[in-house]
Design a protein around this ligand. Structure first.
Ligand code: SAM
Length: 298
């Protein structure tokens, strides 16, 4: 088990393990901007695992046609169970398993914050027509959707989860106030309008209040603008949908039973598939400026 990158000398604040059939999709994302700096600084670590490494047989198949007919292919439970169990056992803490699925709880800032409270998140990315239902029933993941639409795979949704969650890891943002003040820090609340140089652009001027140096007046203007923009009604609707979705899914799970599974984080057996070496994290200190928290000297 040799890491692909240097994992760093101190334990990371948050460890992600991404289970995917297409680990290469993450390469560009992991080498840019805030996330790169968080990885380099050892604040976050990300391990990429290819589910296919746990597939049996000559062809390492991970999917098969759906029973009952229908289009496309479905991801089989065997390789996913083996991968999840082996990866959970790769550290003392099994972590929270998150399944990316359009049927999951819709991601919002409250859920992001909740996920950020974990020390280890395993992000399970689907492809094709999605997962065999027994993966959901047996492994009991936290099911998360990034919105009411269908992506081709769970990789982009996993990046959304990583991108949003790391903002709460101490040290990742240049100014910790950023998360306290920004849009959705309260349900429905949207940030005030921001301006930078030039003072006049194509006939549109920066509001005078922002140029006057009166901090009280600026704070008042921002509060008012934020209130004007905010969408309290939308927030209430969203939380109603989320709550209903959550209850329905719970009932469905208990109705369906789901015998024969090993509970999460337990029951690893001798002979379980080995853990492959696909990791990223740590490394030399960041060399470029942060893209957060810098303010122009107006
Ligand atoms: N047949 C599935 C359905 O109708 O629900 C859609 C499968 S989708 C093409 C393939 C994979 O993409 C899913 O298993 C899931 O991991 C991921 N995915 C697609 N849309 C998503 C969303 N809105 N949120 C989270 N994951 C999503």
């Amino acid at each position: 088990m040799t890491p692909q990158g240097d994992v760093g000398s101190r334990p990371p604040g948050l460890r992600f393990d991404v289970l995917t059939l297409f680990p290469e999709i993450f390469q560009g994302y992991l080498t840019q901007s805030l996330l790169k700096q968080a990885l380099d600084g050892g604040l976050v670590s990300i391990n990429l695992w290819n589910i296919r490494d746990w597939a049996a047989g000559k062809h390492h198949s991970v999917d098969d046609r759906p029973f009952g007919g229908g289009p496309g292919m479905v991801i089989m439970p065997g390789p996913v169970y083996d991968a999840v169990e082996a990866i959970q056992a790769d550290a003392a803490e099994p972590g929270q398993l998150v399944m990316l699925t359009p049927a999951g709880q819709r991601l919002n800032q409250a859920l992001v914050q909740e996920l950020a409270g974990q020390r280890r998140l395993l992000l399970l990315c689907g492809r094709y027509e999605g997962f065999d239902e027994r993966i959901r029933l047996g492994l009991k993941p936290r099911e998360v959707s990034i919105g009411d639409f269908v992506c081709n795979g769970g990789e982009v949704p996993a990046m959304v989860v990583i991108d949003t969650v790391i903002r709460y890891v101490p040290g990742v943002l240049g100014d910790p106030e950023s998360v306290a003040e920004e849009s959705h820090s309260e349900e429905g609340r949207l940030e005030y309008p921001q301006y930078t140089r030039p003072r006049v652009f194509r006939g549109m001027s920066v509001p005078d209040v922002l140029l006057g140096g009166n901090h009280e007046a600026i704070a008042r203007w921002r509060r008012e603008q934020s209130e004007k923009r905010s969408r309290p009604d939308q927030a209430n609707q969203d939380s109603a949908v989320t709550q209903k979705g959550g209850v329905d899914r719970e009932e469905q799970a208990s109705d369906a039973g789901g015998g024969g599974f090993r509970p999460q984080g337990q029951g690893r057996q001798a002979g379980d598939a080995a853990v492959p070496d696909r990791r990223l994290g740590g490394g030399p200190p960041a060399d470029s400026g942060r893209d957060e928290g810098a303010s122009p000297g107006l």
